[in-house]
Design a protein around this ligand. Structure first.
Ligand code: G6P
Ligand code: MG
Length: 216
């Protein structure tokens, strides 16, 4: 039976994915090239510095380590400035209700995110208190698609991987969940999240019973 649910943050709890894209695209434009929506899709779930490396490869731009750090810091400042405009109303539709249902059902709740800004953002949208554990970019040593982030979350919650359901909008995140031996719910499109056990467009029409039925 399902004991715990582990949630990605960006693009699952809150639509920060659009702010990441704005800030990365600005960085690319500053360096003289563009970043398409499809290219941005590949950055979801990927750490800040790894994302920068991918973007620089796309643009064929070489930077020194110091310049890389500078650009990444600048990107993060822009990104955080956009995030600070958010309010609790920016929590994605149905998320709060779904987490309330999980709580009532006695399911443990954890966060599994590559972001180093996870706590700040959860505070901003007033969702921090829902999570019994937070595994974020400050704790992990290997990013998605490696299973570490979700295995740490399961261990924190004293749940077996097979009893965990992961909610993810990123290809790398679904791969991470499956590598951890967990059930994976994709948030987005089936065509993109091919390895997910089920894919839903969001939480607006998804309830505790739907999850139990899907994995019965
Ligand atoms: C999440 C997002 C990525 C982001 C990463 C690191 O996984 O999906 O787009 O690059 O977190 O976020 P950070 O807030 O630490 O730059
Ligand atoms: Mg995400």
């Amino acid at each position: 039976s399902i004991e715990a649910c582990l949630f990605d943050l960006d693009g699952v709890i809150v639509d920060t994915a659009k702010y990441h894209y704005i800030a990365w695209r600005q960085l690319a434009n500053d360096l003289g090239f563009d970043l398409t929506h499809a290219q941005n899709e590949l950055l979801k779930g990927i750490s800040r510095m790894e994302s920068l490396e991918i973007i620089l490869a796309i643009g064929g731009v070489k930077l020194t380590d110091e310049e890389k750090l500078q650009r990444a810091t600048e990107k993060n400042s822009r990104y955080l400035a956009l995030c600070m405009q958010m309010t609790p109303a920016d929590t994605l539709p149905g998320v709060r209700a779904f987490l309330d249902e999980l709580k009532k059902g006695g399911i443990k709740i954890g966060l599994g995110s590559a972001s180093k800004n996870a706590k700040v953002i959860l505070e901003r949208i007033d969702m921090l208190s829902y999570f019994e554990t937070i595994v974020d970019g400050n704790r992990i040593t290997i990013g998605k698609p490696d299973p570490q982030v979700f295995l740490m979350g399961a261990a924190d919650l004293a749940a077996l991987p097979a009893q965990c359901v992961v909610f993810e909008d990123a290809l790398a995140g679904i791969q991470s969940a499956k590598a951890a031996g967990m059930l994976a719910v994709g948030i987005g499109e089936k065509a993109v999240l091919t390895q997910a056990d089920i894919v839903i467009p969001g939480f607006a029409d998804f309830h505790f019973q739907d999850m139990e039925a899907a994995f019965a």
